[in-house]
Ligand binder design. Structure first.
Ligand SMILES: [Fe+2]
Length: 85
């Protein structure tokens, strides 16, 4: 975006980035649920172990995205702090 004054433009760009990052966070959370559901359905032990590993990688992605979001969103950071996160 290249309109408006510099300050509001920067805020708009940050909010646009935050909206994308929140969508990515939703995607990671949905992925965890999907892997978990498949783990509970699969019969093959090797497949279960691999999906458990992938599911736990997705949990790391949730943590990474959450860290990034709170860096860009001061209100979110304050809410995490209030909850002891
Ligand atoms: Fe992921």
């Amino acid at each position: 975006m290249s309109y408006g004054n510099g300050e509001s433009n920067e805020a708009e760009e940050r909010e646009f980035d935050l909206e994308m990052l929140r969508e990515d966070l939703v995607g990671e959370l949905n992925a965890i649920n999907q892997y978990q559901a498949h783990i509970e359905t699969l019969e093959n032990e090797e497949a279960i172990r691999v999906l458990e590993h992938i599911r736990d990688d997705e949990k790391e992605h949730v943590a990474e995205l959450t860290k990034l979001i709170q860096k860009l969103d001061a209100t979110q950071a304050a809410k995490f702090k209030k909850e002891g996160l």
